[in-house]
Design a binder for this molecule. Structure first.
Ligand SMILES: [Ca+2]
Ligand SMILES: [Ca+2]
Ligand SMILES: [Ca+2]
Length: 291
């Protein structure tokens, strides 16, 4: 009997939690990830100011109203890439999102929207490590994260973010050209405080541009007035050079107490051309910020 008690106590020590000595490392990691703000699937929420209709000569105006409405979100699927026994593990977290794009393309002052089905997959990768001295989550904690990347689950995606850069008072504070890149959560995430003058820039790849404009670029996060804003490549509103392919949104940070995520989102021009056709096409990157 004494042997059994000692064995249980030893197990509890290894697991780092006396209440649940039976939990495996994989289960602890699952619990850690499920409760982490780094994995929240809220990057593309929000409504915004629809901004101006369109520039002269453009085929596609912005919709009068548009927003995304989440229908269902799967529980995250976790892929552990190396054996947690080593005390360090790379984790891919995959969320399937079903949503609708609510869109009203008729500028008549009446909200009479159609909807387009959204099937998105959201990928984020984490490096987790186990610290024998920590009690919570079996000692596991998140060391590094990648940005979350949204991809279409079905259908042909033609629009992709190719870079995302954040400046504070003209100083570069965060940059990404590959959504597979890891950032240490203690030192390499953007830090944004209310009142900071921040400029976010993004570049886009479109595989098959058909319209003018070929796509719309949208900032999400602790923006001003609304949590979603159009980004511009017109040399105005903080954009350094017109028509150089770098889209910009510059603002004084607000609302940092809400979802602490900042994202860039591109929507194909033809998705905004009507409110009926099932042709939702969009890509996005989002990252947690600290303050
Ligand atoms: Ca309308
Ligand atoms: Ca520009
Ligand atoms: Ca498309």
């Amino acid at each position: 009997m004494r042997k059994v008690i000692m064995a249980v106590a030893a197990l509890a020590l290894v697991a780092g939690c006396v209440e649940s000595p039976e939990m495996t490392d994989a289960e602890w990691i699952n619990e850690l990830v499920a409760n982490s703000d780094h994995c929240r699937a809220s990057d593309l929420d929000g409504t915004g100011n629809p901004a101006s209709g369109c520039k002269s000569g453009e085929d596609i105006p912005l919709p009068e109203h548009w927003f995304r409405q989440l229908t269902t979100e799967s529980s995250p699927e976790l892929i552990l890439e190396n054996d947690p026994v080593a005390g360090v593990c790379t984790v891919t977290v995959i969320n399937q999102l079903e949503a609708e794009l609510i869109i009203d393309t008729v500028w008549d002052g009446v909200f009479d929207p159609g909807s387009k089905v959204i099937n998105d997959t959201r990928y984020v990768r984490l490096i987790v490590e186990r610290d024998e001295n920590e009690m919570s989550h079996g000692g596991w904690h998140i060391v590094s994260v990648t940005p979350a990347e949204h991809m279409l689950t079905y259908g042909e995606q033609e629009v992709f973010i190719s870079s995302m850069t954040i400046y504070k008072e003209d100083q570069l504070i965060w940059a990404c050209t590959d959504p597979g890149e890891f950032y240490r959560v203690d030192s390499q995430l953007p830090r944004l405080f209310e009142g900071d003058l921040v400029r976010m820039e993004a570049t886009i790849d479109h595989l098959n541009p058909m319209y003018d404009p070929p796509f719309f670029v949208i900032a999400h996060g602790p923006l001003s007035d609304h949590s979603r804003h159009l980004m511009y490549d017109n040399g105005l509103y903080g954009d350094k050079t017109a028509d150089d392919g770098i889209f910009t949104y510059e603002w004084y940070v607000e609302y940092t107490g809400r979802w602490q995520r900042i994202a860039v989102d591109v929507i194909d021009g033809d998705t905004f051309a009507d409110q009926i056709e099932e042709n939702y096409d969009s890509g996005a990157w989002g990252i947690r910020f600290l303050n």
